[in-house]
Design a protein around this ligand. Structure first.
Ligand code: PHE
Ligand code: NA
Length: 446
């Protein structure tokens, strides 16, 4: 893909790769537990508002930069204006840190494919906690996930993953609907449905807004130049405005369905909605226990979650690796091996921080201290990605300049939302994200 730059063989191929990067653990694992922790419907409402304001706007911005410059994340910014490549560099750092812990969770998913058939016992929470807290087993699964990602990226066979996505994504969607149906028809599900769907406005606090903002960036793969890279392979006939609408819509649809699959069951079985990262792994096995052919459905479901996760992890790895290839002139294989080793080691720390190393806490600028796993999550979702988003918006609005940007977008199609988009990207996105970022640090108190 790197040397002689091609374009996507079809519009569908591009959409599949972008949706493949976007739809992953963020939707299935993170969104439901963040909703559970942050007031249910209140979180969902704020999330949707932010996707509408930021998701479409930044998605279109990143794609346009890539299509114009036809280069990687760092190179594209640099090519349009010298000295601005650092925005891409920040994104590469974010991708590196995200994959270090994403792979740990990817490993949990592999474990749960296996556990679907070997059983998870009566107490799902105990099973999960003792698994992730163990010193060796989760590290081995993390190694497997990281290794598979590395092999795919070394062999440059992500094209195969794209093809697989054409089956996996619709299958995941279909199976998710089955699980949603089972979950919402459980006895006592209605309390969960109400919690998930009816926003309690008094619950919309700053903490909820901060969580939703980080999740928008994470889930849509925004703020780190992935969509710049993908956009760089787009032809000038592409209707990017439409793509920037479709990708966030599909991603949000999957996230919201995942919430429907999990939250009603949480209440039906009497689990705690606020338990955090274990929510999916504790709840779904209980749902599958209440289904005919439960093991089979469970195995298939976690397998599809695994595919969704791996298509996101290769996009994360690809960003880091192409940086090594371009900037250090490494071979692809060398770049993959070096970065994989580093991320694997950091990931070991992340995994141990949920068990043996629980006491090891890293102080952070918000005045709190975090274990390694949470530290990686917090620094990327709540700081690096939003910062990347602000910088992208400022770059578009004030450095490259709206007239030139609009001209690039209009090469491919009419630009129906030109006025709306201009106001959002120039003023609303940078100001809004900046205010939220400031309050995340604790410097601003609203
Ligand atoms: N968007 C992916 C998910 O939801 C994760 C991801 C984040 C991928 C950032 C690439 C970049 O799982
Ligand atoms: Na996502």
């Amino acid at each position: 893909m790197e040397k002689n730059r091609g374009t996507w063989s079809s519009r569908f191929g591009f959409l599949m790769a972008a949706v493949g990067s976007a739809v992953g653990l963020g939707n299935l694992w993170k969104f439901p537990y963040l909703a559970g922790e942050n007031g249910g419907g209140a979180f969902v409402l704020v999330y949707i508002v932010l996707v509408v304001l930021l998701g479409f706007t930044l998605m279109l911005a990143e794609m346009t930069i890539g299509r114009r410059a036809q280069s990687d994340a760092y190179g594209s910014y640099h090519k349009i204006r010298k000295g601005w490549g650092f925005i891409g560099a920040l994104g590469i750092l974010a991708g590196f840190l995200i994959l270090s812990y994403y792979s740990v969770v990817g490993g949990w998913v592999i474990k749960y494919i296996v556990a679907s058939f070997t059983g998870t016992g009566a107490d799902k929470a105990v099973y999960f906690e003792s698994f992730i807290g163990a010193p060796v087993e989760p590290v081995i699964y993390h190694l497997i996930f990281m290794g598979l990602t590395a092999i795919i990226v070394i062999r440059g066979i992500s094209g195969g993953i794209e093809k697989a996505s054409k089956i996996v994504m619709p299958a995941l969607f279909g199976l998710l609907l089955v699980v949603v149906f089972r979950s919402v028809t459980l006895d006592g599900a209605s309390v969960g449905l109400e919690y998930y769907l009816r926003p309690d406005f008094s619950q919309i606090t700053l903490k909820v807004v901060i969580a939703a903002l980080g999740q928008v960036f994470f889930s849509l793969s925004l703020g780190m130049g992935i969509m710049v890279t993908y956009g760089s392979y787009l032809s000038s006939h592409e209707d990017m405005e439409k793509d920037a609408f479709i990708i966030p819509s599909l991603d949000s649809l999957v996230a919201i369905l995942a919430g429907f699959a999990i939250l009603p069951a949480v209440f039906a079985f009497g689990f705690k909605p606020t338990q955090g990262p274990g929510l999916m792994f504790v709840t779904l096995p209980a749902v599958f226990d209440h289904m005919p052919l439960g093991s089979l459905f469970s195995g298939l479901f976690f397998l599809l979650v695994f595919f969704a996760a791996i298509s996101s992890s290769i996009s994360l790895m690809e960003v880091t690796v192409s940086f090594g290839i371009d900037q250090f002139k490494w071979s692809r294989k060398k770049a993959v091996l070096i970065f994989t080793t580093l991320m694997f080691l950091i990931g070991i720390g992340a995994s141990l921080s949920l068990g043996a190393w629980k006491g090891f806490q890293i102080p952070w600028i918000d005045g709190k201290a975090y274990g390694i796993f949470d530290f990686l999550d917090v620094t990327t979702s709540y700081y690096l990605l939003p910062l990347g988003g602000i910088l992208c918006a400022v770059f578009i609005g004030f450095v490259w300049g709206i007239p030139a940007v609009v001209q690039e977008i209009k090469k491919g199609s009419a630009f129906r939302t030109e006025k709306f988009w201009t106001v959002l990207i120039k003023y609303v996105v940078p100001v809004l994200v900046f205010l939220i970022l400031l309050s995340t640090t604790g410097l601003l108190e609203i």
